[in-house]
Design a binder for this molecule. Structure first.
Ligand code: A3P
Length: 290
């Protein structure tokens, strides 16, 4: 089945070049020692991946950079014509595969991840900052259709008519799963506030113990300023037809609360009311007021 069929059945739009080989994704065989990183787009995927990579490389920046160029595993649901798909690449990686990344909503994750009880890190970011970041990403990353005006895009975001669907369903779906599976559920806002504490949480979750100086090195290497100038992390190696950083850099602002520069008072009121409705009945909480 193809991306188009998938979208019709599940009503979840997906990135244009992704998921042409859905059957491969569906039947993907996870291994018990696989680590999965899952996020809704624009929630800090690149950031948490860099942290995990640095942890597995014991703070060796050069190894981490080589990893990023040669064998950083792409999105598992990625499949572009003419390239090895994400799952094909994963199949060639010997155990222990460091990690794999996905933006899939919980109901579309290949079942083998649940069956194998893999460890998973889910990173969430507040909806308003995600919407702003996503709007800029839609403009610079050419795999997206034209987002229209900010107001139009915000409407689409709220309606879940953006790639990977509803933010609300995504964060809630993974939040529910953490009750029964080994999911470390993290927040971008916590990482901004106290990155060292959050890195230590990841270490504990992975059962890794690193010296204080190594942790400090990871902290420095994964700061926004460092990642913004790191060519293996800032996506500047992408050709301009795929990502145009002159429209908006991938490493844009890296802050919490930028939404205040974009939401009008009226948009904010409508958004808050809709948010309340969407999140009704869920114990999920994130920090919006920063
Ligand atoms: P902004 O557009 O708000 O700046 P993803 O990797 O999921 O696509 O998320 C990208 C967002 O994470 C961008 O947000 C980017 O700037 C931010 N980001 C990337 N690395 C970061 C870091 N080290 N610290 C803080 N934010 C970071």
């Amino acid at each position: 089945s193809s991306r188009q069929e998938l979208e019709v059945i599940h009503e979840i739009p997906l990135y244009r070049p992704f998921v042409e080989k859905w059957a491969q994704v569906e039947s993907f065989q996870a291994r018990p020692d696989d680590l999965l990183i899952s996020t809704y787009p624009k929630s800090g995927t690149t950031w948490i991946s860099e942290i995990v990579d640095m942890i597995y490389n014991n703070g060796d920046e050069e190894k981490c950079k080589r990893d990023a160029i040669f064998n950083r595993v792409p999105f598992m649901e990625m499949s572009c014509p003419g390239l090895l798909s994400g799952t094909e690449q994963l199949d060639t990686v010997p155990s222990h595969r460091v990690y794999t990344i996905t933006h899939l909503p919980v109901q579309l994750l290949p079942v083998s991840f649940w069956e194998q009880d893999c460890k998973m890190i889910y990173l969430a970011r507040n909806a308003k900052d995600v919407a702003v970041s996503y709007y800029h990403f839609y403009q610079m990353a050419k795999m997206h259709p034209d987002p229209g005006t900010w107001d139009e895009f915000l409407g689409k975001f709220m309606a879940g008519k953006v790639a990977y669907g509803s933010w609300y369903d995504h964060v809630k779906g993974w939040w529910e799963k953490k009750k029964a599976y080994r999911i470390l559920y993290m927040f971008y806002e916590d990482m901004k506030k106290d990155p060292k504490r959050e890195i230590e949480k990841v270490l504990q979750f992975l059962g890794k113990d690193l010296k204080e100086e190594v942790v400090n090195k990871i902290l420095h290497h994964t700061s926004f300023q460092e990642m913004k100038k790191n060519p293996t992390a800032n996506y500047e190696m992408m050709p301009t037809w795929a990502m145009d950083h002159s429209v908006s850099p991938f490493m844009r602002k890296g802050m919490s609360g930028d939404w205040k520069n974009y939401f009008t008072v009226a948009q904010n009121e409508i958004f808050d009311a809709h948010y309340k409705e969407q999140m009704k009945g869920s114990t999920f909480k994130c920090q919006m007021e920063i």
